[in-house]
Design a binder for this molecule. Structure first.
Ligand SMILES: N=c1c2ncn([C@@H]3O[C@H](COP(=O)(O)OP(=O)(O)OP(=O)(O)O)[C@@H](O)[C@H]3O)c2ncn1[C@@H]1O[C@H](COP(=O)(O)O)[C@@H](O)[C@H]1O
Length: 118
């Protein structure tokens, strides 16, 4: 299931300026050249666009737009992971680690933890 994530992550890695990426020809290299803030700005934009697409779909609009916006959001988070030398496999590993642990139970365990004032 993660093969496409790995392949896109490999392309993104190859687009780093240190790996010969060229901002003149590559969107990803252009983002890396602009730096962290540009990547974070895109993630904020894509997250907002995902929310708007979902609201439109709920109002009777085209639900497939949610797919496109999620793809944009996931793609830009892959760029962010690469910026910090992290991989999609590490995110999948974290999801696997959480598998079967209810979010409600997990949150309650945090509240019981010493020093957690939340
Ligand atoms: N999956 C994607 C992908 N998804 C979305 N995008 C780009 O992300 C941008 C999304 O921005 P918006 O929707 O806000 O559109 P925009 O107004 O054109 O964007 P901005 O000018 O505001 O940045 C668009 O330019 C899309 O083309 C992507 N660009 C690249 N990839 C993958 O990354 C690989 C490397 O791309 P390059 O580095 O460009 O060769 C590609 O082969 C693909 O596999």
């Amino acid at each position: 299931m993660s093969a496409i994530l790995d392949r896109v992550a490999d392309i993104i890695e190859s687009r780093k300026l240190a790996n010969g990426g060229d901002p003149a020809t590559s969107y990803v290299s252009r983002l890396f050249a602009k730096g962290d803030d540009a990547i974070l700005k895109k993630i904020g934009e894509e997250a907002t666009e995902t929310v708007m697409a979902a609201k439109d779909a709920r109002a009777g609009g085209d639900a497939s737009k949610v797919l496109y916006e999620c793809a944009d959001l996931w793609f830009h988070t892959l760029v962010l992971l690469a910026q910090f030398d992290l991989t999609p496999q590490q995110v999948l590993d974290e999801l696997a680690r959480r598998e079967g642990v209810s979010g409600i139970v997990e949150k309650a365990s945090r509240k019981d933890a010493p020093g957690d004032g939340a």
